[in-house]
Design a protein around this ligand. Structure first.
Ligand code: SAM
Length: 290
């Protein structure tokens, strides 16, 4: 943890400080990198609290921008590794993070970064980010599927995406993303965040969600890939039955009869739709469809 504590006036979460910094470096926001910087200290406090950052923690921040949240992370965590794709931000980060000796900035694409080798062998990290919304799903699923040693992922995402991640069966937001995320983690919606907390303002509402990795997997399947193919097929055609979706999937080769038999054996109606099945039921279906 850094000994330096900047006042909230001095931090970049003060909109005046952000404007001053942007002007000083003549920085142009890049839409293609999803650059919407936070300018609200209360929101950052909520993220730090939801992530439960302790002074012994190693934190990976995805996309530090000009270092707004990084300043808070440096003051509450043991070590911070901040991975930023935009090299134009490097001189700014060198300046705004200069008071801290526990932050390392890495100029890389997070999708091509080996987090385990960054943090060191055996180190379990906490991941924190105000994510670039254009690649939210590949980032989150990449972290889970590559078994990155992270105990939690606390992120700002589009509100609609947070709602889908946390959705329960039978609700309008429930789908393949809910099942994929909940297979790996428990979800906790920590805050809703309006557009005026960012510069520039995004065109959508945002939310902070914490994903806490299951210590023990809640659902076990012999073939994860097959279960996810079944899930994708079941939600591929929203208004169709699950049996039709699976029969028509280019990724799978089961007949309608095989799917209907498995559903009947599970005590389910053959016309059931994907959105009513729980993760456990998808796992059972996957085991029955050999
Ligand atoms: N954390 C800062 C904040 O809250 O003010 C900036 C958040 S902004 C929504 C997203 C950041 O992610 C930008 O700095 C952007 O350049 C960076 N970024 C975009 N794509 C990235 C990628 N593939 N790998 C790493 N950083 C990326």
């Amino acid at each position: 943890m850094s000994d330096i504590i900047l006042s909230s006036e001095e931090k970049l979460s003060n909109p005046k400080k952000t404007i001053e910094t942007i002007k000083k470096y003549n920085f142009n926001f890049q839409k293609r990198f999803g650059q919407n910087f936070l300018i609200d200290s209360h929101v950052i406090d909520k993220i730090i609290k939801a992530a439960d950052i302790k002074k012994t923690d190693t934190v990976i921040e995805i996309g530090p921008g000009i270092g707004t949240m990084t300043q808070y992370l440096a003051e509450s965590a043991g070590k911070v590794f901040a991975v930023e794709i935009d090299e134009k931000l490097l001189p700014i980060l060198a300046d705004t993070l200069s008071p801290y000796d526990n932050v390392t900035v890495i100029n890389k694409d997070i999708l091509k970064t080996d987090i385990e080798s960054l943090a060191g062998p055996g180190v379990v990290v906490k991941i924190v980010a105000n994510l670039p919304y254009y690649i939210t799903t590949p980032i989150i699923m990449g972290l889970f599927e590559n078994h990155v040693p992270a105990e939690s992922i606390t992120v700002m995402v589009q509100k609609e995406v947070a709602d889908r991640m946390a959705a329960s069966p039978g609700t309008k937001d429930y789908g393949a993303l809910s099942l994929a995320v909940q297979y790996y983690a428990d979800t906790y919606l920590a805050a809703n965040v309006p557009p005026n907390c960012f510069m520039p303002r995004p065109g959508v509402e945002s939310a902070v969600i914490r994903l806490t990795r299951h210590k023990e997997m809640k659902v076990r399947v012999s073939d994860e890939k097959k279960m996810f193919k079944l899930i994708r097929a079941s939600f591929g055609e929203r208004r169709k039955t699950l049996a039709n979706g699976i029969k028509n999937s280019p990724e799978l080769s089961y007949s309608r009869e095989e799917v209907e038999k498995a559903l009947t054996d599970m005590g389910l109606d053959t016309r059931v739709r994907g959105e009513t099945l729980s993760l456990l039921q998808f796992a059972e279906l996957s085991e029955r469809l050999r």
